[in-house]
Design a protein around this ligand. Structure first.
Ligand SMILES: Cc1cc2nc3c(=O)[nH]c(=O)nc-3n(C[C@H](O)[C@H](O)[C@H](O)COP(=O)(O)O)c2cc1C
Length: 339
């Protein structure tokens, strides 16, 4: 078994929860298995009595692709949703509150009967799968379950499955690629988060490992040269057009207000939808190019008839070949000691 596979097995696993009554660290383990933009894991956790505080780790911002910290707050919302699912399995219900003054999320825990939901069981298996899917339609029942999981307070999800809608998404994704690849600052920020070899991916425990993204493994010096050559809007557009046309549905998350509270809620909705998809054996990957440039995002929202609402995230969904999953930093690296 390769060292990377061993490292994955150590990270993507269930933890005993009996201890969680006194020690809340197993809950943090589940929170860290959430999605985060560029796998930056921009979170810090503080465990107090019957409370876990989640705050942003601003050293892990991506100011070029995410100048307003939208993706950063979405990522914190993803972690909060995993935490809530794990807390319920450990015998707690959660009240999640956001304090805009401190930018902290406070997750208050109240004892409740322990319940291991299907979404909780799926946490270690949920991952972004950047392969080409088989294009087979999802059933109405599957679409209903996904829509229900992806809807929250002030956040809705549109599931687009007809061909015309997919072509419209292709148009905005390709425009987004052209804008992003023409920006040297965007490319340089992305390169900082690429992990070229298994050794580098394991040592850092974060970032985007080549094979997870569909790139070959290489030492950093070589990987850096080959990705520099391979990283073009034309090559990316070719990959994305095929991937979108062969997906079964596109999900667009939409929030009614454009502020951190709604970005956190979007993260929670994405995480639930992704867990529900995992339970159904449906894979997903982000295609966020239409929402990562402000003017393009406005035109995309207009094309979808969203009025003044913000288009937050775009995903493709379908069934297809498995891909390697990404790693995480150890729980100790993200826990603050209590004050
Ligand atoms: C807010 C947000 C934005 C993301 N944007 C993209 C994206 O544009 N393209 C992409 O391939 N993955 C994107 N991702 C997926 C992350 O790269 C992924 O969650 C991270 O690498 C961890 O991998 P995992 O989700 O498979 O565990 C995004 C994730 C989040 C939470």
């Amino acid at each position: 078994m390769s060292k990377y596979t061993q490292a994955l097995q150590a990270v993507r696993r269930h933890m005993p929860l009996e201890a969680a009554a006194d020690d809340l660290r197993p809950l943090v383990h589940y929170a860290t298995l959430a999605a985060s933009s560029h796998n930056t894991q921009p979170w810090r956790f503080r465990c107090e009595r019957r409370r876990i505080v989640i705050r942003p780790d601003l050293a892990r911002r991506c100011p070029v692709v995410d100048p307003d910290d939208h993706h950063l707050y979405v990522s914190l919302g993803c972690a909060a949703e995993n935490l809530r699912q794990a807390a319920r399995a450990a015998g707690w219900v959660c009240q999640v509150d956001f304090d805009p003054a401190s930018s902290e999320m406070r997750v208050e825990l109240e004892p409740a009967p322990a319940e291991r939901s299907a979404l909780f069981e799926a946490i270690p298996r949920r991952q972004c799968t950047r392969s080409e899917y088989d294009g087979r339609a999802l059933t109405t029942g599957e679409l209903d379950l996904l829509a229900r999981a992806g809807t929250g307070d002030g956040v809705t999800v549109q599931l687009l499955s007809d061909r015309r809608d997919r072509d419209r998404v292709v148009d905005y994704v390709t425009q987004g690629n052209r804008l992003q690849f023409a920006d040297p600052a965007w490319k340089s920020e992305l390169r900082e988060w690429l992990r070229f070899s298994a050794a580098e991916a394991i040592a850092r425990g974060d970032g985007l490992y080549g094979p997870v993204m569909g790139y070959p493994v290489a030492p950093r010096w070589l990987g850096s040269i080959t990705t520099r050559l391979a990283m073009s809007a034309k090559a990316q557009n070719r990959r994305d057009i095929n991937a979108i046309r062969r997906s079964s549905a596109i999900a667009v998350f939409v929030s009614e207000s454009d502020d951190p509270l709604h970005w956190l809620e979007t993260g929670r909705c994405y995480q639930r939808l992704a867990l529900q998809a995992t339970v159904l054996g449906i894979a997903h990957a982000f295609i966020n190019q239409p929402v990562e440039n402000t003017p393009l995002r406005g035109r995309f929202a207009e094309a979808l008839g969203l009025g003044g609402a913000r288009a937050d995230l775009v995903l493709r969904l379908g069934r297809g070949p498995a891909m390697p999953a990404s790693l995480r930093r150890p729980v100790d690296a993200v826990i603050d000691t209590p004050r």
